[in-house]
Design a protein around this ligand. Structure first.
Ligand SMILES: Nc1ncnc2c1ncn2[C@@H]1O[C@H](COP(=O)(O)OP(=O)(O)O)[C@@H](O)[C@H]1O
Ligand SMILES: [Mg+2]
Length: 307
């Protein structure tokens, strides 16, 4: 058996998506943990430069740890390259990554598996500027971003919509706004780890609330009806399975309990490359389940495959 110290792991981090900074933090935290366990680790801040990436993968490492988030890092582009090179990598393969990154496609598939989602449709900003397809309150969000980038809530009687936030022709998901609470469930392998409620101090769970210390209270486990909690875990496991995810995933939910408990649960999306800083949601749920950050990262490495 080869020891950890004989295994070379390349950690891909950074990238050029809107979530670059988050990925640099995830990559650093995972690389540090891997080094502590005894792996030989090289960290690579990737640019939009295939030659640089191929160079970093030559000679072939034993495993690539994908710590990228957002477009290109999370949409299957990296698995595509690593499949060709036959280098095992952490997290999901090409197809589940690409599907989950397209919130609209993933939603159609998961709805057909019986998972509830908010009703919605697809539009671009030019169409929205003429007419809103659903009456407010609604949420408009890019189909393929993360970290709440470009998410806008249009309230009833809203006097202003910031169309400049979206690009011309960009595909946007327009959904009914679900009031109530914000929940998330991590899945490790095929088991949900727990349910966390996020209580942002600001208007909604936006980029700042996600990444500024003290801006969101995490209630882990969420103090909600036990049956709702069990249903959220069941839906997250089913979504992981239906999309064909590998390693870890994290599903986000809204829980409308405004008319009392038990309320109604709606999945929003599946993240195939969730945040991996030591303060992120997946490591937090793993810790609640008795799994250390180093234990989690080591497990992820052991799941590494190529397709
Ligand atoms: N239909 C919705 N109703 C209420 N809030 C929503 C809805 N869709 C998104 N949000 C809010 O926007 C946040 C980001 O949306 P999400 O679909 O999880 O995309 P991402 O996290 O990839 O940016 C959610 O965590 C939630 O706070
Ligand atoms: Mg989300």
């Amino acid at each position: 058996m080869r020891q950890n110290k004989d295994k070379h792991i390349v950690v891909l981090k950074g990238g050029w998506s809107a979530e670059r900074k988050v990925s640099l933090d995830s990559g650093k935290a995972c690389a540090n943990a891997l080094k502590k366990i005894g792996y030989r680790v090289t960290e690579v801040d990737i640019k939009r430069d295939l030659a640089q990436l191929l160079d970093a993968l030559n000679p072939k490492p034993d495993i690539v740890f994908n710590a990228l988030h957002g477009r290109y890092g999370e949409d299957g582009s990296i698995p595509a390259i690593l499949n060709i090179l036959e280098i095992p990598y952490t997290h999901s393969g090409l197809l589940p990554s690409a599907l989950a990154m397209d919130k609209f496609q993933a939603k159609q598939l998961l709805l057909s598996a019986g998972i509830p989602f908010p009703t919605g449709t697809i539009a671009d900003r030019e169409t929205l500027a003429c007419r809103l397809p659903i009456d407010p309150p609604i949420v408009v969000k890019p189909i393929n971003e993360g970290s709440s980038v470009g998410v806008q809530i249009i309230r009833e009687n809203a006097s202003f919509v910031d169309f400049e936030q979206w690009q011309e022709g960009q595909k946007l998901l327009v959904e009914e706004f679900i009031p109530g609470r914000e929940l998330t469930v991590a899945v490790m392998g095929n088991k949900a780890l727990g349910v966390t409620e996020l209580q942002p101090k600001s208007d909604f769970y936006d980029f700042e609330a996600k990444y500024t210390d003290g801006k969101t209270v995490h209630k882990c486990p969420a103090l909600i009806d036990g049956n709702v909690s069990a249903a959220a875990m069941k839906y997250a496991e089913l979504a992981h399975k239906v999309l064909g995810c590998r390693g870890i995933s994290r599903s986000d939910f809204r829980y409308n309990d405004t008319a009392g408990e038990p309320g109604k649960l709606f999945m929003l999306e599946v993240n195939t490359q969730p945040g991996m800083t030591s303060l992120s949601l997946v490591p937090e749920q793993a810790a609640m389940a008795g799994i250390s950050f180093a234990g989690l990262v080591d497990w992820m490495v052991k799941q590494a495959r190529f397709d």
